[in-house]
Design a protein around this ligand. Structure first.
Ligand code: IVH
Length: 675
C-alpha cells in the first residue's frame, strides 16, 4: 500500500466510526467541524487520484446502516445528503457550476436560501392525505420506522387534506434551544444523562422505544422537501412548495427567502451567518437550492447529493485541540480562576489559545488533564470554554490536575472560603488583585478613565507608583513620563482623564469600588437614595435594607465594606483628592440628549429596560419603541431585535454597542459604532 492509500483507508475507517457514533448512537465523539475536516481530506485525495474511489467510500454514501432495533423502511426515493462549501468563494464556484449546467447567467438564476437546521432528517409518507409511516434517513435507501414516535410530534399534521395518491414530506426533526435547555434541566433533576447539544437530544428523543417518552420531549419538525411524483401539491418551485407546505399545516422556516442572482444569494446566506444566534433553533449553516424544479431536473444528482443544492457551513463553534497546561488567574476579589492554555486553533472565526475552565469543580468534573485532546467551544461573543476531553483509550494520559495551593502572582496561600465553590488568594497586598482592581476602577461602567488599561496599570504597579486606587490621583507628569512608552502627550492625557473621573456621579464610584454584590443597578439605587457617600456610610443596616432594589445581602455587604479600615482610609484619600462623591438629582443632569430619540434594543448590561429609558429621558431625550429616519441612534444590547437592526441599517441610523451607553448618557455621543 502506498502512503496515500493507507491514509485513505485510515480516513474511511475514521469516518465510518464517526458516522456510526453520530447516526446510530446519537452520540458523536468529535465536533462536526473535525468530522468535516476528515471528509474534506478524503475527497481531496480521491479527487487527486480517482482510481482510489470505491462505491462504498463515505464520500459516495449517505449516513450509516440503521440500527436493528427499529423496523427497516425502504424510501420511495433515495434520501440524499448535501455537499458542503465553507466560504463565499467556494459558494460562488458552486453557483458558476450550476449556471454552466443550465447554460444561464448566474445572476439570472433564482435560489432558495434556507437555514440548515442541525437536527435529523425524516421522511413522512402520506397516502391520500393521511400519515401512514415515517422513517429516518438511515443509509439513504433504507431508514428506521419511527412512525409511532413521529405521531406524537405536534408540528407533524396527521392528515394534509384532500391530496390524492402517495407523497413524502421530508424535513428535519429538531428541538428548539429553549426546549433543549428545559429537557436537560429535567434530565438533571432526574439524575439522568444530559444531552451534549440539541441535535443529539432530538435524535435520542425520536429514536425511543417508547413513544410516550418522545411525546414529552417537545420535538418540532420543519418541512423543506417533498417527493410528489404526480405533483399532487401542484407546485413547480421551492418558494411555492414552502408556501403550500405551510398551508397544509407544516412548519416551514420563516426566514427562508427566494432571491434572484448569485450576489443576492450570497448576501442572504451571510445574513443567516450573522443572525445564527438570534434564531430559536441551532443552525450549522445555510442550504441554497435552485428554486425552479425544472432546472433541478436538468442538473440531476450524484449517488450522494443533488447538484442543485449546496450547504454552506458556518465557521465551526467547536474544535478539538491539545491542552498544553492549566493555569490560574487572580481576579480583583482574589478569586482564582483556572484556565486552559491551548495549542492555538481557529474557532468561530478567531484564533483561540486560552479558554476558561470556570472553577476547580468544573475541572474535576470534566477531568481534563494537560496533554489531553480537548473540545473547545466559542459561540457568538461568549468567552471560549473547554467542553471536555476526547479520550483515546489506547493512549496513556497525564495525571489529574490539582489546584495549586499558592497564588501564582504573590505566592500567598490559595484557600477555599467556607461553603464557597471558589478558591481565593487572601493576601490583601497581592499585586494581581491590585491590577484587576485598577482595571475595574477605570473601566467604562465605573469611572471610565481612558488610557488606563491593563498594560498601563501593570506598569504603574511595577514602578511602585500605585499600591491602592487612591494613589492614581496623586500621579504627576514627571513621574508618568519615566514609564516606558509614555510621552508627555499621553501622560497629560491620562492626567486629564483622571481629572474628569473626579466628577463622576457617586453611583459610578460605587461600581468602581468593587463592593461585593453591588453592580450598576444596586449602585444607582443606593446613590439615588442617599445622594452622598457620607449619608450612605452613616446609614444603619436597616435603612440600607429598606432602599428599593437593595436586599439584605447587598445591604450587609455595603455595611461591612464601608467600615473596613482600608476602605475608610481609601475614601478619605479619594475625598481629599477632590472626588465629588455625590449623585446629582435628575434635574441637575446635563441634558446631553435634549430632543434626541434613542432607541434601545436588547438588554443593556447594568440597566433594566425601564432604567435605560428613564436614563435617556432624564437627559432630555426620548426612547421610542421603533426606529425611524429621525432616530438619533440605536443602542444594541444583548439579544437585540432583528427587525429594529434591519430597519436601522436600511435608514442608515447609527448603531452603538451597549458598552457605549454610559458614554452616550454623559456626553451625548459615542466613541465607536457598529457596522
Ligand atoms: S435539503 C436532497 N434543506 O442537512 C437534499 N436539508 O447535511 C435534501 N438539512 O440531509 C436536503 N436543513 O438532513 C435540506 N433546509 C434544509 C435543511 C437540510 C437541514 C439537513 C438534511 C440534510 C443534511 C445535509
Amino acid at each position: 500500500m502506498t502512503a496515500t492509500s493507507e491514509r485513505v483507508a485510515w480516513l474511511r475507517s475514521q469516518i465510518a466510526l464517526h458516522n456510526n457514533a453520530y447516526f446510530v448512537h446519537d452520540s458523536p465523539l468529535i465536533p462536526d467541524a473535525d468530522y468535516d475536516e476528515l471528509v474534506r481530506e478524503l475527497r481531496r485525495l480521491e479527487r487527486a487520484d480517482p482510481s482510489l474511489v470505491v462505491p462504498t467510500s463515505p464520500s459516495q454514501t449517505v449516513g450509516a446502516t440503521p440500527d436493528s432495533a427499529f423496523q427497516p423502511i425502504r424510501h420511495s426515493e433515495a434520501m440524499l445528503s448535501l455537499d458542503n462549501v465553507f466560504d463565499e468563494s467556494e459558494l460562488r464556484t458552486w453557483a458558476d457550476r450550476v449556471a454552466r449546467g443550465l447554460d444561464l447567467d448566474a445572476q439570472s438564476i433564482a435560489f432558495a436560501v434556507e437555514p440548515k437546521i442541525d437536527g435529523l432528517a425524516l421522511s413522512i409518507h402520506y397516502d391520500d392525505g393521511v400519515l401512514t409511516w415515517a422513517a429516518t434517513r438511515g443509509d439513504g435507501q433504507t431508514g428506521e420506522d419511527v412512525t409511532a414516535n413521529v405521531r406524537t410530534v405536534a408540528s407533524v399534521p396527521p392528515s394534509i387534506g384532500r391530496v390524492a395518491g402517495g407523497l413524502d414530506v421530508r424535513g428535519e426533526v429538531f428541538l428548539e434551544k429553549d426546549a433543549f435547555l428545559g429537557l436537560n434541566r429535567l434530565q438533571r433533576e432526574r439524575a439522568e444523562r444530559e444531552f451534549a447539544n440539541p441535535r443529539n437530544a432530538a435524535a435520542g428523543s425520536l429514536r425511543q422505544k417508547n413513544p410516550a417518552v418522545t411525546a414529552e420531549r417537545a420535538l418540532s419538525f420543519l418541512a423543506y422537501q417533498v417527493v410528489d411524483p404526480s405533483n399532487e401539491l401542484g407546485v413547480t418551485s421551492q418558494g411555492a412548495l414552502l408556501a403550500r407546505l405551510a398551508q397544509v399545516g407544516f412548519l416551514v422556516a420563516a426566514d427562508a427567502r427566494v432571491v434572484v442572482g448569485v450576489d443576492a444569494m450570497v448576501e442572504r446566506s451571510s445574513w443567516f451567518e450573522s443572525h445564527r444566534h438570534d434564531l430559536s433553533f441551532d443552525v450549522d449553516g445555510v442550504v441554497i437550492k435552485v428554486d425552479e424544479f425544472s432546472q433541478r431536473a436538468q442538473l440531476g444528482s450524484t449517488s450522494r447529493a443533488p447538484r442543485w443544492a449546496i450547504a454552506r457551513k458556518f465557521p465551526p463553534e467547536e474544535r478539538t485541540t491539545r491542552l498544553l497546561a492549566i493555569e490560574v488567574s487572580i481576579g480583583r476579589t482574589g478569586r482564582a480562576t483556572p484556565y486552559a492554555v491551548l495549542e492555538p486553533v481557529v474557532v468561530a472565526g478567531s484564533t483561540v489559545s486560552l479558554a476558561t475552565l470556570h472553577n476547580a469543580d468544573q475541572v474535576a468534573l470534566k477531568d481534563v488533564r494537560p496533554g489531553d485532546q480537548v473540545v473547545v467551544r466559542k459561540a457568538g461573543d461568549v468567552i471560549p470554554e473547554v467542553v471536555g476531553a476526547v479520550i483515546d483509550p489506547a493512549a496513556a494520559r497525564g495525571a489529574p490536575w490539582t489546584f495549586p495551593s499558592s497564588c501564582p502572582d504573590c505566592g500567598g496561600a490559595l484557600v477555599r472560603l467556607g461553603d464557597e465553590r471558589d478558591i481565593y488568594c487572601v493576601n490583601p497586598n497581592c499585586p494581581a488583585q491590585l491590577l484587576q482592581q485598577i482595571v475595574h476602577f477605570a473601566s467604562r461602567g465605573a469611572l471610565d478613565i481612558e488610557g488606563l488599561g491593563e498594560q498601563r496599570a501593570a506598569q504603574l504597579i511595577e514602578a511602585g507608583l500605585v499600591s491602592d486606587v487612591a494613589d492614581l490621583f496623586g500621579l504627576d507628569v514627571a513621574r508618568l513620563e519615566e514609564l516606558e512608552g509614555l510621552g508627555t502627550v499621553s501622560a497629560t492625557a491620562l492626567l486629564a482623564a483622571l481629572e474628569r473621573a473626579k466628577a463622576q456621579p457617586l453611583s459610578r464610584l460605587l461600581v468602581a469600588l468593587g463592593i461585593r454584590h453591588v453592580g450598576p443597578v444596586a449602585a444607582r439605587a443606593l446613590a439615588g437614595w442617599f445622594r452622598t457617600y457620607e449619608e450612605m456610610v452613616e446609614a444603619p443596616l436597616g435603612e440600607l435594607e429598606a432602599v428599593d432594589g437593595v436586599g439584605p445581602v447587598i445591604a450587609a455587604s455595603v455595611f461591612h465594606f464601608v467600615r473596613s479600615p482600608e476602605v475608610v482610609e481609601r475614601m478619605t484619600r479619594l475625598a481629599g483628592a477632590g472626588l465629588t462623591l455625590v449623585e446629582p438629582s435628575s434635574d441637575e443632569l446635563d441634558q446631553t440628549l435634549r430632543g434626541r430619540a434613542v432607541v434601545v434594543t436588547g438588554a443593556v448590561p447594568g440597566f433594566t429596560r425601564d432604567e435605560a429609558e428613564a436614563a435617556i429621558v432624564a437627559r432630555g431625550g426620548t426612547s421610542p419603541g421603533t426606529v425611524s429616519a429621525k432616530t438619533y441612534c440605536v443602542v444594541v444590547g444583548e439579544a437585540p431585535g432583528a427587525s429594529k437592526l434591519a430597519k436601522a441599517r436600511t435608514l442608515a441610523v447609527t448603531l452603538v454597542g451597549a458598552d457605549e451607553f454610559e458614554t452616550l448618557l454623559s456626553t451625548g455621543s459615542w466613541r465607536t459604532t457598529i457596522a
